[in-house]
Design a protein around this ligand. Structure first.
Ligand code: PAF
Length: 285
């Protein structure tokens, strides 16, 4: 497995793969790899001849400099884990390689997709930062297929819009959220939870489980479902930034769950903000 830091070296290595007719997969990450990332890398390794795992803590998607500074980084462990899961290249450019002097372009997805949910809390420029770096990674790697995790549900919808709007020749594969044994969604931020936070964090998955239970029992009123989730969170001492029931494609708020929907939660827990979600199908008549 190669560890590559420059775009030139990346292109030269991938040109060889392509000459042999190889299929290239990309797993974009910000490092601190956990089982969620590894599931994406394993899936990519099963589908592709070469798997590029990018490890780049992207400054343009952080609205809080303290959050950027505190974001966990551990390159040696990431390289070992990526290699073990089947990566063939770890691409880990420095900030100067990604955003050289004079860099002046931003990819903006306008409207509700980037203004709602995380965009409402962090500002739409969070997703512009994601869209810009993902576009650059697609241009650098030119993957046949790129893998994203459902845990970042809004990011998946935004990247889908980006690929459609700019006619980017890449197939997107969205993989299910990977959870700890107790249900907590895997996240690089989980390492910053202490024992007390860790217990509180279970409120997120408990809230989503409670939503699943009432929906299965026939509840389709989105405000009732959201109230059940909020009550569960408050019961764990978690005060959410939002509990939202939205259309899975447009992210528009729903009053009834009469189409494919996402139930999304974000909440501050200890020193971090956690997000989680489930996708729910409407009950048949
Ligand atoms: O999901 C992430 O880790 C990041 O948002 C991504 C897609 C790697 C872009 O920096």
């Amino acid at each position: 497995m190669d560890v590559i830091r420059s775009v030139g070296a990346l292109r030269a290595t991938l040109a060889e793969v392509r000459r042999g007719g190889g299929r290239v997969g990309l797993v974009p990450t910000m490092g601190c790899l956990h089982d969620g990332h590894l599931s994406l890398i394993r899936r990519a390794a099963a589908d592709c001849d070469a798997v590029v795992v990018s490890v780049f803590v992207n400054p343009t998607q952080f609205n809080d400099p303290a959050d950027l500074a505190a974001y966990p980084r551990d390159e040696d462990t990431d390289v070992a884990l990526a290699s073990g899961a089947g990566a063939t290249i770890v691409f880990t450019p420095g900030v100067d390689e990604m955003y050289p002097n004079g860099f002046a372009t931003t990819v903006r997805i306008t409207g509700a997709l980037t203004e709602t949910l995380e965009g409402a809390v962090r500002g739409p420029d969070h997703f512009w930062g994601v869209a810009t770096v993902v576009t650059k990674l697609f241009a650098m790697v030119q993957p046949d297929v790129a893998y994203f995790g459902q845990k970042d549900a809004q990011q998946c919808v935004v990247v889908g819009r980006l690929v459609a709007d700019l006619n980017l020749p890449v197939e997107l594969v969205i993989c299910p959220t990977v959870r700890e044994a107790d249900g907590l969604a895997m996240s690089s931020r989980n390492v910053r939870l202490d024992e007390h936070d860790r217990k509180q964090a279970l409120g997120l998955v408990e809230g989503l489980d409670a939503a699943t239970t009432v929906i299965r029992a026939g509840e389709a009123d989105a405000s009732v479902v959201a109230a059940v989730v909020t009550k569960t969170l408050l019961g764990r001492g978690v005060d959410p930034d939002y509990v939202a029931v939205v259309d899975a494609e447009t992210l528009a708020p729903l009053s009834r769950i009469d189409r494919r929907a996402i139930i999304a939660i974000a909440a501050p827990i200890g020193r971090v903000r956690l997000i989680d979600n489930i996708v729910v199908e409407p009950l048949g008549d």
